[in-house]
Design a protein around this ligand. Structure first.
Ligand code: NAD
Length: 501
């Protein structure tokens, strides 16, 4: 077998080779070419990363805010300069198209830009004269060592949701990227070090379940951010909370788009196709269920016709619309769910199994756009997150019926409505029980001026990634209540009552 590079750990500012005996291959999902080997780090290596972070925190926490901000100004510049290089690595290991890989990096870059304005974000509050001669103000102080565990589907954006904001707030960080595609994350980490993040402030360990559990249990880690599946996120939340950590988990989804018959047809059909099949459906905010209301149900043939035109192939090749899914196991799972959908009585309008492919891609993990109609709760294709290029269509006779369907689904990550009626859109925004709401916007992920606001079963913990919420997550709010005396204000006598006056 041709030798491939080993992905390294980052501990105390050094990129080092793991001493583990356990490795797994990083594989191009379009071709099955081995790209690298990633180590399953040992418990000692996790311990060393946390110890390095703990040591670095002692000085980093006192670093002036302007110094921290300027590192992220430099970092955003370096990411811009290297965006094409990182996108090529990302496409090779993850499969999404090059343009989409650049989008993945760009959405992370926006968080880095946001981290550069930490001076405005980490300001406290002050109330003058809360009692006679007494003022109260808040301090937003860093917590210590924070950690992040990330999924395979956004190997640039999601690590960048985490460590820039945590470090800008004055914390140190231990990152555990997805073991399926760690190479683009590592390139971004190298650029962060080049931007001036000091040794030990950012550390990286690789691995799977054991490393994640070691992070959950480590008593010197104060806060943990997780993004991934609901099953793993629930485990991480419970285990890390029990170990006394502050935890935020963004998890699985089933995002519904309501289409009212008055919607702009051209825009709506194109938006649905892009949101369902882009990144081969492997986005936590992908539209996976379209709820067609009334006469909009007659649009199915046109939807199918447009989806059929998408080009399935290697994301690195210009003109590709839909790349592979991440692994052979993911492909098998998606295909078995398609078979189950058929067996459970849904109508297979478009079958993406065995998509037409260039000869060289026969080994790749390809599933083409797939559309089911007549989908109902209780069917596996509705109840489970498929995480592949499969769009389920459900019918509804009214907006209220469509809203009731969505509110009965346990997930609450994203949803959207297509309509030209302001009144219908407003009713939807008020009544829908989902955290991220789009109005004629298929994937309503907020930019970092706001926070990511998935809800219900798609989230555990109160505060979301990036934006203002994450500053609260990565800092401890202290209130300081102070009074200063001079001769004119000295009171006489002891006061045993609770009042400050
Ligand atoms: P995953 O849960 O399998 O993996 C996420 C992380 O957990 C990885 O770093 C992995 O190494 C680790 N992990 C895997 N199995 C584990 C186990 N048994 N014990 C402990 N740790 C384990 O998720 P994935 O397949 O990489 O990513 C896809 C999922 O992530 C989808 O469900 C998607 O909806 C979700 N996601 C959610 C958001 C969001 O913001 N809500 C964003 C992106 C992805």
């Amino acid at each position: 077998m041709k030798p491939v590079p080993n992905v390294r750990l980052l501990i105390a500012g050094e990129f080092v080779e793991s001493r583990t005996t356990e490795w797994r291959d990083v594989v191009n999902p379009a071709t099955q070419q081995r790209l690298a080997r990633v180590p399953m780090a040992t418990r000692d290596e996790v311990g060393a990363a946390v110890a390095a972070a703990q040591k670095a925190f002692k000085t980093w926490r006192h670093t002036p805010i302007g110094v921290r901000a300027r590192i992220f100004l430099k970092y955003q510049q370096l990411i811009r300069e290297h965006i094409k290089e990182v996108a090529a690595i990302l496409t090779a290991e993850q499969g999404k198209t090059l343009a989409d890989a650049e989008g993945d990096i760009f959405r992370g870059l926006e968080v880095v830009e946001h981290a550069a304005s930490i001076g405005n974000l980490q300001m406290g509050e002050l109330a003058n004269n809360v009692a006679s001669g007494v003022d109260t103000y808040t301090l937003q102080q860093p917590l210590g060592v924070c950690a992040g565990i990330t999924p395979f589907n956004f190997p640039a954006m999601i690590p960048l949701w985490m460590f820039p904001m945590a470090i800008a707030c004055g914390n140190s960080f231990v990152l555990k990227p997805s073991e399926q595609d760690p190479m683009s994350t590592m390139r971004l980490v190298e650029l962060a070090i080049e931007a001036g993040i000091p040794p030990g402030v950012l550390n990286v360990v690789h691995g799977g379940e054991e490393v994640v559990n070691a992070i959950c249990d480590h008593r010197d880690i104060k806060a943990l951010s997780f993004v991934g599946s609901t099953r793993v996120g629930t485990h991480v939340y419970n285990r890390a909370s029990l170990a006394g950590k502050r935890v935020q988990c963004m998890m699985g989804a089933k995002n519904h788009a309501i289409v009212l018959p008055d919607a702009h047809k051209e825009q709506t059909l194109n938006a649905l196709i892009g949101a369902a099949f882009g990144a081969a459906g492997q986005r936590c905010m992908a539209v996976s269920v379209a709820v067609l209301v009334g006469e909009a149900q007659q649009w199915i043939p046109e939807l199918v016709e447009r989806a059929q035109k998408l080009v399935v192939g290697d994301g690195a090749v210009a003109g590709t619309d839909v790349g592979p899914v991440i692994s052979c196991a993911a492909k098998e799972r998606v295909e078995s769910l398609i078979a189950r959908g058929l067996a459970e009585g849904a109508v297979l309008e478009l079958d993406g199994r065995l998509p037409p492919l260039d000869g060289g891609l026969r080994e790749g993990n390809f599933v083409g756009p797939t559309i089911f109609s007549g989908v109902k709760p209780g069917m596996a294709i509705y109840d489970q997150e498929i995480f592949g290029p499969v769009l389920c269509i459900a019918g509804a006779s009214s907006l209220d019926e469509a809203i009731a369907l969505i509110n009965a689904n346990p997930n609450g990550n994203g949803t959207t409505i297509f309509t030209q009626s302001g009144a219908a859109a407003r009713r939807f925004q008020e009544e829908i029980d989902v955290g991220q709401v789009g109005i004629n916007v298929p994937i309503p992920v907020p930019v970092p001026l706001f926070s990511f606001t998935g809800s219900r079963a798609s989230k555990l913990g109160d505060l979301g990634p990036y934006g203002k919420q994450v500053v609260l997550f990565y800092t401890q709010t202290k209130t300081v209540t102070e009074r200063w005396f001079d001769d004119s204000t000295v009171s006489t006598g002891v006061n045993t009552t609770i009042s400050l006056r």
